[in-house]
Design a protein around this ligand. Structure first.
Ligand SMILES: NC(=O)c1ccc[n+]([C@@H]2O[C@H](COP(=O)([O-])OP(=O)(O)OC[C@H]3O[C@@H](n4cnc5c(N)ncnc54)[C@H](O)[C@@H]3O)[C@@H](O)[C@H]2O)c1
Length: 438
């Protein structure tokens, strides 16, 4: 059954404690907020959505939005992640039911960049182990295993938003930047900065003194990066840099890029001297117990996924996600959509009095878009302008049209039925939202 909603979004469920400034921003935009602490289970989440009539969930990364949640909650029209990672949401289920999913791909970058940069020098100078030794009363005044970063080669794996900023900061500290990214646009940025390009991950590892990984979950072709840093790849670190090179590895991006057992084995053999890890294959939810896989390896500095946990990042995220979602609520505009992160769709925002916006999430089955246009035409309304995007991987599309008069609920139901008839697909239209601008 298609989800049909007339007007702006008015009710939000906020879980997992995003910055409190979010609530005020949403309330100002006409959304009543129901905030609960912690990370609800599947059944608790369904119960919360039912009892509050929420149309959107604002959440961080721990609460799982499963197919069962989406199917049990027909009021839901959107999921707004207050973070980058979208692994906690069943995107296919959302696409199947016309629930749009947004994240924030930019606001926490600076915090991650600063953590990465702090590790470069701290690991190169063995600060963490030295502090432990001093606490134990050991006066170890030696230059052994301590390096300057100036003049060393930093291999940046993934030259996206974060990798690029780490590279710029390290460049400013006198490091030589080498990079590998499989995305053309990212590579162009690296070349423009005058950095050295590797043609493969292995080449990057071989030619670098330090490697910092800033990969997204998938590459530009949608291939998963699960296990992309095998023991063989990791063991190449510094292979062409001479025996005395620092051989330091950082992973502040995704826990599944490498297996902790591989990193421990390479630390034990000295092929990697030191590492910093902020992300893990199995991260605990809430207060679940957790065993640090590196607890017996003081050369590996471990932090509990705090790359973005700063006083500054959380309010910045709250501000951006509120703006993203309010634009969707008020104007049907989309940006930061996890179905295709780089897209931006919008029609009219300020100064569009009298127009009506029709946002439709529908299947990519041939003929569905035509059914929407027909329904607008047959209702006597004129389509003033429209934007459209197919998300082929998920079999869903989003169509936003500005029309000159509102469709009745009956006409909207007719649109849904017409599309089903034309395409032979009962689920051709997944959700419809009509917003009258006054
Ligand atoms: N530790 C934390 O708290 C924290 C906080 C924010 C982001 N992150 C993570 O950091 C990572 C980077 O974030 P971002 O905003 O820079 O992402 P981004 O999408 O801007 O950049 C990722 C880059 O990696 C490249 N890439 C992906 N797979 C590749 C492969 N196999 N080979 C070569 N290049 C590949 C992409 O082309 C892209 O340029 C993400 O995984 C994100 O989830 C972690």
């Amino acid at each position: 059954m298609a989800r049909v909603h007339i007007g702006q979004i008015t009710r939000a469920l906020v879980v997992e404690g995003p910055d409190p400034s979010l609530d005020a921003a949403l309330e100002k935009g006409g959304i009543t907020v129901h905030r609960v602490g912690g990370s609800p289970s599947e059944s608790e989440l369904i119960e919360l959505i039912h009892s509050t009539g929420s149309q959107v969930i604002f959440k961080r990364s721990r609460t799982m939005v499963t197919r069962a949640v989406i199917e049990a909650c027909p009021t839901l029209l959107g999921i707004q992640l207050c973070c980058i990672g979208d692994d906690s949401v069943d995107k296919q289920a959302c696409a199947d039911h016309g629930v749009l999913v947004f994240n924030d791909p930019v606001s926490n970058a600076r915090s991650v960049v600063e953590l990465a940069v702090s590790h470069l020098i701290a690991l190169a100078r063995r600060l963490y182990e030295t502090d432990l030794a001093c606490r134990a009363g050991v006066w170890e005044k030696t230059n052994e295993g301590r390096y300057e970063v100036k003049g060393k080669v930093l291999g940046v794996l993934g030259l996206g938003n974060i990798g690029r900023q780490v590279a710029r900061a390290a460049d400013a500290m006198g490091m030589t930047i080498r990079f590998f990214d499989s995305r053309y646009a990212a590579t162009e940025v690296g070349i423009e900065f005058g950095w050295e390009e590797s043609q493969s991950i292995e080449d990057l590892f071989r030619k670098s003194d330090f490697v910092t990984a800033h990969l997204s979950a998938r590459d530009a072709n949608g291939r998963s990066n699960d296990g992309v840093l095998s023991r063989d790849v990791l063991s190449q670190l510094g292979a062409e840099r001479g025996e005395g090179c620092p051989r330091i590895f950082l992973n502040l991006s995704r826990g599944f890029l490498h297996d902790p057992e591989d990193l421990k084995a390479l630390i034990a053999s000295g092929q990697i001297r030191r590492a910093a890890v902020d992300v893990f294959p199995d991260e605990p939810r809430g207060t679940e117990p957790w065993v640090n896989p590196y607890k017996d390896h003081p050369q590996v500095i471990v932090t509990p996924h705090i790359g973005a946990s700063t006083q500054e990042a959380q309010p910045r995220i709250a501000r951006r996600v509120a703006r993203t979602f309010l634009r969707f609520s008020h104007y049907g505009s989309v940006r930061d959509m996890v179905f295709s992160p780089k897209i931006k769709l919008g029609l009219v925002e300020d100064g569009a009095e009298g127009k009506v916006l029709l946002g439709v999430a529908h299947s990519t089955t041939r003929g569905t878009k035509r059914a929407i246009d027909d329904a607008i035409y047959q209702s006597g309304a004129s389509n003033l302008s429209s934007v459209h995007k197919d998300f082929e991987d998920l079999g869903v599309a989003y169509d936003l049209a500005a029309i000159d008069r509102a469709l009745s609920e009956e006409e909207i139901r007719g649109l849904v039925e017409n599309a089903a008839q034309i395409t032979g697909d009962e689920q051709a239209i997944r959700s419809v939202r009509q917003i009258s601008l006054s």
